[in-house]
Design a protein around this ligand. Structure first.
Ligand code: HEM
Ligand code: NAG
Ligand code: NAG
Length: 491
């Protein structure tokens, strides 16, 4: 009797083993999954990136693994990335369903929305609106420069001292998004801004943590009162904040005279009429939250990385300052157009972005149909993970793959060139929608601050530690930098 039971039990698991998680034919190779858990038990939840790396050493550039029952394929290297994202573009342009981030966005908005007419039209609308003059009279550039002038004033008070720039950059990045979405920025000690940042921090901490990995692997967990409940509550608070802003805008808006992104969207809704339109307020709410999340940590972590490298590479900093002084002369402020005359500064910024590697695994994709990649078959619905690190540091693609060196973006004549493997924004139809905005922010921030200040690595700070802190967005370890006013440029 007992023997039969054991046999049945073993047989049951064996069946599960063979049928539930059998690799499809000609699927990329990978470790053997166990039922229900997939390869979860083989990964260190606190830092899965490290363990995944070992798998790529063993199985090659394109390999597979299972998150629970969910098959996933990891892409390494420029060749695989290009074939998937650029050549087979649409086949790889979906987003996973049923993961925590998908549930948070309700399938609406852009970032986590699956490949669909709604995604496509919202993406097109957002791209148009985030162009320099897409937001009405006050240009994107003006909004960014306005925030930078406040940052400059705050930094001037720290002349001769050392500061940890983390919170300052975080607030500045968040404020620029507030100005774009809501039409106004906030003082850095404003309660609303502080509250906003606290909620964002809580959400990112959770999304980066092991609970999210468990949630995504074992979907039944969502019915339990586990710590990720808090994330959904936080999301509701953010949605409420956006909804309040939208209500305020509706009562003060002048049609066709937009003050900000929300006004532009309300105009677009009006234009499209009611009924079957894909544009409505619940979409706008998610869009506001998404743009805020996508545009804050990314920018502030890149800036933090920039100043970490600039303080520890004073030669690079000095050369940038020389170029900036020469191009700007006694003009009041920089403009984004000036980048064409500043090849070295451009190279420095791109090199910072390469080293910063802010979103190492991009945002997960999903195949929208049965397709192929590097000779393998990949069925519709497979989760796709892009290893952007593998491209940004690929040894065959860079002159100095592992060092911070702006020469990676300069040719023999000292002109700025951008290698194909520069992919911090990913590539293809899902490529970062905020690239233009991000590049404008980074350029104006770095040029304005480097013109006014010298940043130094404090003598008592020990050796710099470039090891990043793991997360969905990666950041450098906290550090302090010395701030010194430079002599006035006009002297
Ligand atoms: C240095 C700054 C930034 C970096 C490195 C970055 C990087 C990325 C990456 C890697 C993706 C995923 C692309 C993919 O799935 O293939 C992405 C998507 C996205 N980013 Fe950014 N981003 C940055 C700044 C911004 C900013 C400032 C905004 C706008 C407010 C923004 C908005 C978005 C949106 C809306 C998406 C989703 C696009 C889609 O799914 O169609 N990003 N970004
Ligand atoms: C991504 O690529 C980097 C560099 O090639 C490697 O060290 C890392 O382990 C890879 N990670 C994954 C998930 O394949
Ligand atoms: C808003 O539009 C989406 C499709 O874009 C639709 O699924 C949703 O039900 C609409 N919501 C409201 C409140 O009309």
């Amino acid at each position: 009797m007992l023997g039969t039971l054991i046999l049945l039990w073993v047989g049951f698991w064996l069946l599960l083993f063979l049928f539930r998680t059998r690799r499809p034919k000609n699927f990329p190779p990978g470790p053997w999954p166990v039922p229900i858990f997939g390869n979860l038990l083989q990964l260190n939840l606190a830092n899965p990136i490290k363990d995944l790396g070992k798998l790529s050493e063993r199985y090659g550039k394109v390999f597979s693994l299972y998150f629970g029952e969910r098959p996933a394929v990891v892409l390494n290297g420029l060749q695989a990335m290009k074939e998937a994202m650029v050549i087979r573009a649409v086949d790889f342009a979906g987003r996973p369903l049923g993961m925590m981030v998908t549930h948070l966005g309700d399938g609406k908005g852009i970032v986590m929305a699956d490949y669909s007419p709604s995604w496509k039209e919202h993406r097109r609308f957002a791209l148009m609106t985030l162009r320099n003059f897409g937001l009405g009279k006050k240009s994107l550039e003006d909004r960014i420069l306005e925030e930078i002038s406040y940052v400059t004033t705050l930094l001037e008070r720290s002349d001769g001292k050392s500061i940890n720039p983390q919170i300052l950059f975080h607030k500045a990045a968040s404020n620029i998004i507030c100005s774009i979405l809501f039409g106004n920025r906030y003082e850095h000690d404003d309660e609303f801004l502080q509250r906003l940042l606290k909620i964002f921090r809580e959400i990112t901490t959770m999304v980066n943590g092991p609970w999210t990995m468990l949630y995504d692997t074992l979907p039944f967990l969502k019915y339990f009162q586990l710590p990720f409940k808090k994330t959904f509550e936080n999301m509701e608070i953010l949605k409420k904040i956006a909804a309040d802003q939208i209500a305020q805008h509706k009562s003060t808006q002048v049609p066709e005279e937009p003050r900000d992104f929300i006004d532009c969207y309300l105009d677009e809704m009006e234009k499209r009429g009611e009924g079957f339109s894909l544009f409505n307020e619940s979409q706008l709410i998610i869009l506001c939250v998404e743009l805020h999340i996508a545009g804050t940590d990314t920018i502030s972590n890149t800036l933090l990385t920039a100043y970490l490298y600039l303080t520890t590479h004073p030669d690079v900093q000095a050369r940038c300052q020389q170029e900036i002084d020469a191009v700007l002369g006694d003009r009041a402020h920089a403009s984004f157009e000036d980048r064409h005359k500043m090849p070295y500064v451009q190279a420095m910024i791109h090199e910072v972005q390469r080293m910063a590697n802010i979103i190492p695994l991009s945002v997960f994709h999903r195949t929208t149909k049965d397709t192929q990649l590097m000779g393998y078959n990949i069925p519709k619905g497979t989760l796709i993970i892009q290893n952007l690190t593998s491209v940004l540091y690929e040894e065959s693609q860079w002159k100095f793959p592992h060092d911070f060196n702006p020469s990676n973006f300069l040719n023999e004549q000292g002109e700025f060139v951008k290698p194909e493997a520069f992919m911090p924004f990913s590539a293809g139809p899902r490529m970062c929608l905020g690239e233009g905005l991000a590049r404008m922010e980074l350029f104006l921030f770095l040029v304005t601050l480097l013109r006014r200040f010298q940043f130094v690595w404090p003598e008592d700070a020990g050796l710099p530690d470039y090891t990043p802190v793991f997360g969905v967005t990666v950041s450098p370890k906290p550090y302090s930098m010395g701030v010194r006013l430079r002599c006035l440029q006009t002297e």
